[in-house]
Ligand binder design. Structure first.
Ligand code: ADP
Ligand code: MG
Length: 324
């Protein structure tokens, strides 16, 4: 279970009280959240925690108001559970919960505003343009340059994202991203090569940064299928070594702190072929399925899945004294 590097702050499961594991909900990531939630619920129960599943925010708030729960393990992904709404409601009801507060959640789910904050602090994020409806996408694309990425500013799990290599792919990419609410984001495509760079993600747990994970998909692109279905994606942990590993971990923590995040989360970073790192986004309730990345990073540190769930739940105790 927990090792020396991660001592337990709470040693008796009873100290957590009755815990609601809130999952599912109505976002596009409902199924992934249910999968994550079932894993968390089982692990907490195996550790002796009095944990119970709740589907979605309305049911959770009813149960919390009725005094059924002492704290909440939030594993909702996407809008509602990951954007500050749930956090604000729980805060006003005085019930502690895992993960970031209102500010960190809202800023992180909005990829554009997160990028504005990072840029204001000199943290690197790919060049981008925000496209309101009716904007001339072809002019914007020429400013960014090909290849580029088009994505909705508020979705997760690679929903609505298209890689665009030349003018001919532009209209279809924009049409797809426009199906989702919020602004549309056009961004420089960052690519590694056989020797250097590629896709990385870095988990933050309390004030610790876990080893980086390098994600090497079999297919050229990392999309919904590669994330949740395919078995052939390769994960290298740690993804880097020496100073490069330290540098990426430090960048992840700076990015996490900059947008006011708290407790736990996962920072997605692209590394280019010159070894430069570029921040993509922070996930404030990252996936916790058997395929998920935070459990892989924790395992590399000797922390098994139940110990990880316990540690995340502990962050709700620290939150009781926190403001954000
Ligand atoms: N600028 C970029 N350059 C290269 N790949 C990107 C870029 N932006 C996104 N991607 C790819 O798309 C995936 C999803 O993008 P991301 O911004 O993390 O949104 P989300 O995970 O919320 O869907 C990333 O994991 C990465 O594979
Ligand atoms: Mg991502």
């Amino acid at each position: 279970m927990s090792n020396n590097r991660f001592p337990r702050l709470v040693t008796d499961a009873a100290d957590f009280g009755r815990v609601a594991v809130v999952m599912g909900g109505q976002s596009t990531e409902r199924e992934v959240s249910l999968d994550s939630g079932r894993g968390v619920l089982g692990a907490l129960r195996d550790s002796g925690v009095d944990a119970h599943p709740i589907d979605g925010i309305p049911a959770l708030l009813d149960a919390v108001r009725a005094g059924h729960f002492a704290r909440v393990f939030n594993i909702l992904h996407g809008a509602g559970g990951e954007n500050g709404e749930l956090q604000g409601a729980l805060q006003s009801l005085g019930v502690p919960y895992t993960g970031s507060g209102v500010l960190g959640s809202a800023l992180s789910l909005d990829k554009v505003r997160a990028k504005h904050v990072w840029l204001s602090l000199g943290l690197p994020t790919p060049k981008f343009k925000v496209l309101p409806r009716g904007a001339d996408i072809h002019i914007a694309a020429r400013e960014i340059g090909f290849p580029l990425i088009v994505k909705p500013a508020l979705e997760g799990s690679s929903v609505g994202i298209t890689w665009v290599f030349d003018e001919s792919g532009l209209d279809a990419a924009v049409e797809l991203a426009r199906r989702y609410p919020g602004d549309l984001l056009m961004e420089t495509l960052i690519e590694g090569d056989a020797n250097e760079g590629g896709e990385f993600t870095v988990a933050v747990l309390g004030r610790e940064v876990l080893p980086t994970i390098k994600i090497v998909p079999k297919t050229a692109r990392y999309d919904f299928d590669a994330k949740y279905i395919a078995e052939d994606t390769q994960y290298i942990v740690p993804g880097l070594s020496g100073a490069a590993e330290d540098e990426m971990r430090a960048l992840a923590l700076s990015a996490f702190d900059a947008v006011g995040c708290f407790g736990w989360g996962r920072v997605d970073i692209m590394r280019d072929r010159h070894g430069r790192n570029w921040l993509l986004e922070v996930n404030t309730t990252p996936g916790m399925t058997s395929h998920s990345l935070v459990p892989k990073a924790a395992a590399a540190e000797g922390m098994d899945y139940p110990a990880l769930c316990w540690r995340i739940l502990e962050t709700s105790m620290q939150r009781e004294g926190a403001k954000a």
